[in-house]
Design a protein around this ligand. Structure first.
Ligand code: BGC
Length: 388
């Protein structure tokens, strides 16, 4: 029996070294609070994967990628999707705990998840916040995501380049309108603030004019709420765009639209196409994020202007490596991810604690490099076939 568990330890160790492609240098010692489930039991440990929704396509890929990466390391894994309903997700998390999960990887719907995270902590379950920070909780230690501020900067730079703002003057201003993601998703603030860090100087100098509400940053909560899109729902963005076109934007031709992700970008484009001013295909420059197949196709065909590719397969692998190292009591060392520090450390600020935030790098995608996500294997065979 002893021999068998030694063999298992060695196999698991070899597995995770191979997985880290030899780049990981896990140090010995404590993990800083959570963990300690023991290397010898890793083979049978259950990991609960709680994803927020399916109406934004990426999460289905995230769920599948996480499960596959965990199973490759010998863990058992269950995935649940919360349908943008925090009560439902909390129930799913309780089910994971009842089933004996020792690790939870959570992309939360909103900060109502914190009560379930407190329960997990009481059961000494390791919690990793995945992509979205779990706000208002001091009951977990780790967060893994992309540099979300940079995602927003890329969106701002997309508008800056496409509208030639560097060369433009206040005598011939460009007109834009602003959309943000869900007000209940902390990421939405980072995306918006990153974008506005690029756009605000042009607004101040009069080169850019904002049609509709203009929060200078997400800290202007009243105006931020007016441009935010509850639960990232496409119909909400589409209706708001239609209202803008019929009211504030009725007497101007919009040059650009800050859209926070691809799902909303396409809904906004749809609304524009039903307006006579844009129906002939002369669309405003519309930004996005996620490199969804439909949007990459739209970029290839010259409709949506840009997206941001976040290699979520790499995020899933990194999250699983992090989980594996914590479970084994090793100091986390995640190749390809940077531990947020300095200005970026606030990315891990839950309002109650600063958790360790590991950041992966996003990539800006326009018509000139739309193949990047395809080459990275980001698409299903069906999606890839549609893009060729
Ligand atoms: C994610 C985005 C996604 C959005 C809507 C955000 O938290 O970072 O990739 O588009 O949620 O699901």
């Amino acid at each position: 029996m002893k021999k068998l568990s030694m063999i298992l330890i060695v196999l698991v160790a070899i597995g995770s070294l191979g997985f880290a492609k030899g780049g990981s240098q896990p140090g010995a010692g404590a993990s800083g609070g959570q963990g300690g489930a023991g290397a010898s039991s890793a083979q049978s440990l259950l990991v609960g994967i709680a994803m927020p929704e399916t109406h934004v396509q990426r999460w289905q890929k995230d769920g599948a990628n996480l499960k596959a990466a965990l199973e490759r390391l010998g863990y058992r894994a269950e995935v649940a999707y919360g349908d943008a309903d925090q009560n439902r997700q909390n129930q799913q998390i309780q089910n994971f705990l009842t089933n004996g999960a020792k690790v939870l990887i959570v992309g939360n719907v909103n900060d109502g998840v914190s009560s379930a995270i407190t329960d997990a902590a009481q059961d000494q379950v390791v919690v990793i916040a995945y992509d979205r920070l779990i706000m208002n909780s001091a009951d977990y230690d780790y967060y893994i995501t992309f540099n979300n501020y940079k995602v927003g900067q890329f969106q701002g730079q997309g508008l800056e380049t496409a509208l030639k703002l560097k060369e433009a003057g206040a005598d011939a201003p460009k007109y834009i309108t602003l959309f943000a993601g869900s007000p209940t998703d902390n990421n939405a603030k980072f995306f918006f603030d990153g974008a506005m860090s690029v756009l605000n100087p042009y607004i101040k100098s009069g080169v850019l004019k904002v049609i509709g509400p203009y929060p200078e940053t997400s800290a202007d909560n009243a105006n931020f709420q007016r441009i935010a899109t509850e639960n990232w729902l496409a119909p909400v963005a589409k209706t708001r765009m239609e209202n803008l076109l019929n009211n504030d934007a009725a007497n101007v031709v919009l040059d650009g639209i800050l859209a926070p992700n691809d799902t909303l970008a396409r809904a906004i484009i749809e609304a524009c196409l039903s307006d006579a001013k844009y129906a002939d295909g002369k669309l405003p420059v519309v930004t996005g994020q996620d490199a969804e197949a439909d949007s990459v196709l739209s970029i290839k065909n010259g409709q949506q202007y840009m997206t941001v590719f976040k290699d979520t397969a790499k995020l899933a692998e990194a999250a699983v490596l992090l989980a594996d190292q914590i479970v084994k009591g090793q100091a986390p060392s995640i190749p390809g991810a940077t531990l947020a520090s300095g200005d970026l450390a606030s990315i891990g600020d839950t309002g109650k604690k600063r958790v360790k935030a590991y950041l992966l790098e996003p990539v800006i995608i326009t018509q000139s490099n739309w193949q990047v996500p395809l080459d990275a294997g980001h698409f299903t065979p069906d999606e890839a076939a549609r893009l060729k």
